[in-house]
Design a protein around this ligand. Structure first.
Ligand code: ZN
Length: 246
């Protein structure tokens, strides 16, 4: 399962070059905070992890341990069918105070455009109810691959299906820099290259007046392995990690 982060799924507009990249350094440079003085760019980032909670032992557990070490809260966008297999994993994510979000039942494997309104609603409703069995009420959601985010948003926020009410009030949870780990990026180097491309091409969010970049990772063993180096390098380049919020 993968999120095509480059499929144009993010609904936020692409930035002009002035919004990101080297031109940013003038106002943001903090030479004192980095060993790479002069090129560091202060950047607030949020971390999100899609497609879990499986595999738990080889991916989720080490990712949770890494986040615990750094005292940062992330967003986990989970699949209902995997939650059903690993309910304890949801409890572990919640106990660590991370945010749990809805990512559909089975990643809508046939491609979102091939699903009817009722089918899409059911993908998210079934997942919502499965997670609710563990006592967690989800409030955020992200459509698989970022596909048809506006259509899915309309279905979840104001469905026109008889007897179905709004499942959520929040809009689609976008990301701004994709680690590429769902495609070919398996090493820290490759993930960093992909993330830097995201920084250069997408506009950040504003959360409480602050510019925030939301990063996309997946619950995968290769990601768990590369994560410490990826996060260390982003910090060396001037980044800080904020708790997930939307
Ligand atoms: Zn996904």
């Amino acid at each position: 399962m993968s999120d095509g982060g480059t499929d144009g799924g993010t609904s936020r507009g692409r930035s002009t070059p002035a919004d990101a990249g080297p031109s940013d350094a003038g106002q943001s440079r903090d030479a004192g905070s980095s060993s790479d003085a002069g090129t560091a760019v202060k950047r607030n980032m949020q971390l999100t992890f899609d497609d879990g909670p499986e595999p738990v032992k080889s991916a989720l557990d080490p990712i949770l341990a890494e986040l615990e070490k750094r005292k940062v809260k992330a967003g986990f966008f989970v699949l209902g069918e995997e939650v059903k297999m690993s309910r304890g994993a949801i409890v572990a994510i919640q106990k660590a105070s991370h945010v749990i979000g809805n990512h559909s039942w089975d990643h809508m494997m046939k491609g979102t455009r091939n699903y009817t309104e009722a089918q899409i609603y059911q993908e998210f409703e079934d997942t919502h109810l499965e997670v609710q069995k563990t006592g967690v009420i989800m409030e955020v959601w992200r459509t698989p691959r970022g596909e048809e985010a506006q259509r899915v948003e309309q279905i979840l926020l104001s469905p026109s299906i008889p007897k179905k009410k709004a499942l959520y009030t929040k809009t689609h949870c976008d990301w701004h820099a994709d680690s590429g780990d769902a495609q070919s990026a398996a090493s820290a180097e490759a993930m960093l290259r992909s993330i830097e491309r995201g920084f250069a091409s997408a506009a950040p969010l504003r959360v409480s007046g602050k510019r925030v970049w939301r990063l996309l990772f997946h619950v995968k063993p290769s990601t768990a392995k590369a994560l410490p180096e990826v996060l260390d390098t982003l910090m060396e380049r001037g980044g800080t990690f904020d708790d997930f919020s939307q």
